[in-house]
Structure formats: C-alpha cells, structure tokens
Design a protein around this ligand. Structure first.
Ligand code: PHE
Length: 336
C-alpha cells in the first residue's frame, strides 16, 4: 500500500478547489462513505499483521490533515461567497434618497387649532362635552320646545328615547354652567351631527361654542370679542356685521357675517352677490337658560356664540364643497 499515491491524490484534488461547491464535492470524493480514504482503510485488512498498525496510523493522520485543510478551504470560500452577496446588496450611496411621506394635521384640525389659539389668547378656556348627548342638554335646557324644527327626525340622529347625537355644541353651555358659578368664559370645540348630506352639509361637522357669563356682560362685549376673532382669523381689514336673528336660547339673537374674502365685498358666486358671508350665530343668553341652570338671571348676563369650523375653513382656503374634507383624498389633503 503506497501512502504516497494517496497523498498525491489528496493534494491534486484540494488544489483543484475553486468554489465552495468544489469543497463539498472533494470532501465527498475523498472522505465520503465510498470515497478514496474508505477504500484505503478497507484495504488495510489485506496487509500483514505487523504492517496494518503503521499503515492505519499513517492513513488516519493524513485523513485528519485532509479534514483540516478542507475545513480551512471551506471557511475561506464561505467568506468569499458571503462577501460577494454583501457587495451585491450594499447600499449605493450615490443614489438619490427616498423622501419619507410625512403626515400633517387635517385642515379642519388646523383651523380648529387656530380658532382655539385665538380664543384662549382672549382669556377663554376650553371645555368639552359628550358627542352622545341627552335630549335634555341638547334641546330642553336650551329652551328649545318639543315642537321646534331642530328636533325633527330628519335633522337629529336619535340613539334611543331621550338620547341623541348632539346637533350643536350649545349643550356644553348648560353642562359648564351646571358645574360652576359665574364668571364663566369658555369655548367648547367639537364634533356635531345632523342628518344632512349635500355640497354644503356633512352628517358630522365641527363647531366652536363660546360662552361668557358675568356681572355686566353686554352685547358690545360680544361684538368686541367677535371683531377681534374675525380680524385675527381673516385679516385686520375684514368687516363684520350683525344681523337680527332668532335662537330659542339667546335674546336678542344675531347672526354674524364677514365681508366676502373672495370678492372683497363687490359680489360673487360664493357670497351669492351679497358681498357678505355668514359665519356664526350668537346672542345674549336667554333668562330661561339661566333659570334652567340655577343662575340668578337678575344678577348676571352673558353672551353665547356658535360657529361652524368647516365653514370657517372653506372661507379661509377657498373651498366650495364641504365634502372634500371627508373623502380622505391625499391629493386634496396634502395641499394644507
Ligand atoms: N347652536 C347654534 C346653532 O348650531 C348656534 C348658536 C350658538 C347660536 C350660541 C347662538 C348662541 O345653530
């Protein structure tokens, strides 16, 4: 048995290795079950007794050496392979970057934030009430009689007997006055609901309620506060006017218009050629409302107002279809 031939064979096969796959093939052909080494080991039996030991030791030593060299080759080719894969997937730093899509506040939220900022800077604090409201707070306590059109099934979402989705933020007036004594100076922003759906109405929209109650609160205070709000919101030169109106919970009542910001007051499609845009309802708190919350209506007076946030946003941004706010179309929303 010539171990030299085996050694040459091993050297030859190992030097032919060029890839990790070659390592696997050579390992099988040399060390596999039917490989060169097992052939030699089988042949040991054929030798004389005294030569067997020596040959066995030599073959085993060579086998261990071969295993070690194969493992070394394997490790180095594996590293190379991995390196290649990594190079292929490595970041190309010369490529232009991907700009991440950053979200932003909804235009209604932006407008609401701005309204809250203006009123809190005028000393109002923010109060909140439930969207699902008792009939009592939404209507009854606000002096809205049972046969008032605002109670009509077509306007109001009824949850169950005596429970509605609030149709305005005015019930928060009652909740606040029930829970504290004058002076009161709050705004109440939030969602309101009416069974309506067209170019100028969505079933859910937002209002900001205002309420100021104290000794000697006058209509001129209402006028002053709203003038300051309008000037902050729409610009210093924006004119406003009070028009007599009617709400069951205010007396006297007034609706407030601002000079049309689209045409500057000369008349256009948006203001229907009137030169004015209606933005809110307001008035002096009705004595019956004070009685309902246990305030002494001889001692104190107050004003209240309520305005639609969507309406303000539409005027602010020049949007003519209120439903745009709620289609969730990113092309629309990303403009604000
Ligand atoms: N709540 C009234 C509405 O939704 C607006 C309003 C509020 C009027 C406060 C007067 C005082 O139309």
């Amino acid at each position: 048995m010539d171990i030299g031939i085996l050694r040459d064979r091993v050297d030859k096969e190992l030097s032919s290795i060029k890839t990790i796959d070659d390592v696997r093939k050579v390992r099988i052909s040399l060390l596999g079950r039917k490989g060169v080494f097992s052939e030699y080991i089988d042949n040991i039996k054929l030798l004389d007794k005294e030569k067997r030991r020596e040959a066995g030791q030599e073959i085993n030593a060579l086998k261990t050496e071969t295993e070690n060299r194969l493992r070394e080759l394997e490790i180095s080719y594996e590293g190379e392979e991995k390196g290649k894969r990594e190079t292929a997937s490595r970041v190309d730093i010369t490529m232009p970057g991907k700009v991440p899509l950053i979200g932003r506040k909804h235009p209604i939220t932006q407008t609401l934030d701005e309204m809250i900022r203006i009123f809190t800077s005028l000393g109002f604090s923010v109060a909140e009430g439930p969207d699902i409201e008792l009939d009592y707070y939404n209507f009854e306590a606000l002096n809205i009689p049972a046969d008032h059109p605002a109670r009509d099934m077509q306007d109001t979402f009824y949850i169950q007997n005596g429970v509605v989705l609030r149709t305005h933020t005015s019930p928060v007036q009652i909740r606040v006055m029930e829970s504290q004594l004058p002076p009161v100076k709050i705004i109440a922003p939030g969602a309101v609901y009416r069974c309506d759906n067209d170019i100028s109405h969505t079933p859910m929209f937002h209002q900001v309620e205002g309420l100021m109650v104290d000794k000697n609160v006058r209509f001129s205070d209402l006028k002053g506060i709203l003038s300051m709000f309008v000037q902050e919101m729409f610009g210093k030169d924006t004119p406003l006017r009070f028009r007599p109106s009617y709400f069951p919970f205010t007396e006297p009542s007034a609706e407030v218009d601002i000079g049309c910001v689209i045409c500057g007051g000369v008349g256009c499609r948006v203001c229907k050629d009137t030169g004015w845009l209606e933005i809110l309802g307001s008035g002096m708190v009705h004595p019956q409302v004070f009685r309902n919350v246990g305030y002494d209506q001889e001692e104190i007076t107050g004003f209240a107002f309520g305005m639609g946030v969507e309406r303000i946003a539409m005027i602010r941004y020049g949007i003519d279809d209120i439903r745009q706010f709620y289609y969730n179309d990113i092309r629309f929303l990303s403009q604000f």
